[in-house]
Design a protein around this ligand. Sequence first.
Ligand SMILES: Cc1cc2nc3c(=O)[nH]c(=O)nc-3n(C[C@H](O)[C@H](O)[C@H](O)COP(=O)(O)OP(=O)(O)OC[C@H]3O[C@@H](n4cnc5c(N)ncnc54)[C@H](O)[C@@H]3O)c2cc1C
Length: 418
Amino acid sequence: MGDFFVKITEYDKCTGCAACYSVCPEKCISMKENQEGFLYPEVNEDLCIKCGMCRKTCPVNRAHFKELSDMPETYLSRSRNESIRRCSASGGVFTQIAKNFLSEGNSIVYGCVYGENFEVCHAAVSDTDNVEKLSRSKYVQSRIGDIYKDVRQKLLEGKRVLFSGTACQIYGLHSFLGKEYDALYCIDVVCYGVPSPKVYFKYLRWVSEKNGQIDKVVMRDKQIYKKFYRACYAIDLKNGKKYMKLTADDPFALSFFRNLSIRRSCYECHFKTVHRISDITIGDCWFSENLSELEDVDGVTLTIVHSEKGKQLMESGNIESVTVNSEKAIKANGGKIYSCAVKNPERDEFFRDIECMEFDDVVKKYLKPDKSVRMWLTNVLKNNGLIPQFLIDRKQEKEFRRRISQTIPKESFGRMEL
Ligand SMILES: Cc1cc2nc3c(=O)[nH]c(=O)nc-3n(C[C@H](O)[C@H](O)[C@H](O)COP(=O)(O)OP(=O)(O)OC[C@H]3O[C@@H](n4cnc5c(N)ncnc54)[C@H](O)[C@@H]3O)c2cc1C
């Protein structure tokens, strides 16, 4: 890594948003993969004219905190269309909004897709039939490539643009554009952290070696159990079989939830504030029944609206919404909106092992499902319908009470401004 890189921003804070790469007038910055599989900017110092645009545009350098005392409007929402809900992460709010947006014409939508060889990257969609490529969460850091430049081009052509991504990507885009556009609408996802593409590909190879060639990857497959859905990692194989694991059992999901495979900057994310620069923030809502009459049958989206444009998107049609107490709903989300993931002390060793150990051995060392006898027995009983529903409800109620009793730190109420 060249010396000049250090001058863009601190290594541990760089989110890989690609704003510096996109803005460089000499095209002398490239996004290069580090040992952990994350992209970082690398400056070709022979071509660099030291104009400082990269530093000035970096949203981490530019962001300052604006204190706000009110709470944003918060809703539990879902698409009225059942097939949209089934193919989405939660209530399909983004997918429905994207369809509405494109139906109005002269519009384009950007979001995260599975690209070639299942690479997770950003892409543009301009017709309603292809919107579902953007649906569902892909729990891997998405490659931005030249998307910001493409967004600017479309805005200059007079198109309406809807852009979705993680908060750091939304800040990256805004910072790159450098000015407000009336025709730009942004939706960010509540983001726990972004897992490494390198670990993801090692995992896919592992699944493939054990089960067969991969045909399709889904990280939020919906399995309806009793009346609620459970999220599964589901991989269709070309031999007709399917690899399927609940998130609590899948090694790649566990590397995420155990804070092992996520990017360094996610442990001190600047953009995790209650108010956001985007028009809407969307997240999961696992306790909707405690917050509103909207039932969580196949998913409900926690929807935080930050602007008039956000309201317009929410009113664009076919979305069922219930206003909820913002503070309660945000707390019930489990603090993911405002607090950063805590670095697992084994993280660095995990990445060293990923480099030189067989994935099977990495699984044995770090990613075994929690199989305490009590948990195992509870799961077996639950899966066979032998635990009465009221006991499950009671457990969920207890978890809900625990979450809403947390306090939102005062310093999270504001917003990062550019
Ligand atoms: C890496 C990651 C971590 C998350 N962590 C949490 C969390 O801790 N708590 C929580 O409440 N919610 C989290 N979410 C958000 C949640 O999974 C759903 O996106 C949210 O519930 C919206 O559901 P929906 O049905 O309305 O979205 P859908 O209609 O299914 O649309 C999915 C949206 O997610 C975007 N997206 C998918 N993958 C990525 C990606 N890799 N990078 C950027 N954008 C992406 C798509 O562009 C699209 O806008 C996370 C999402 C991601 C991608």
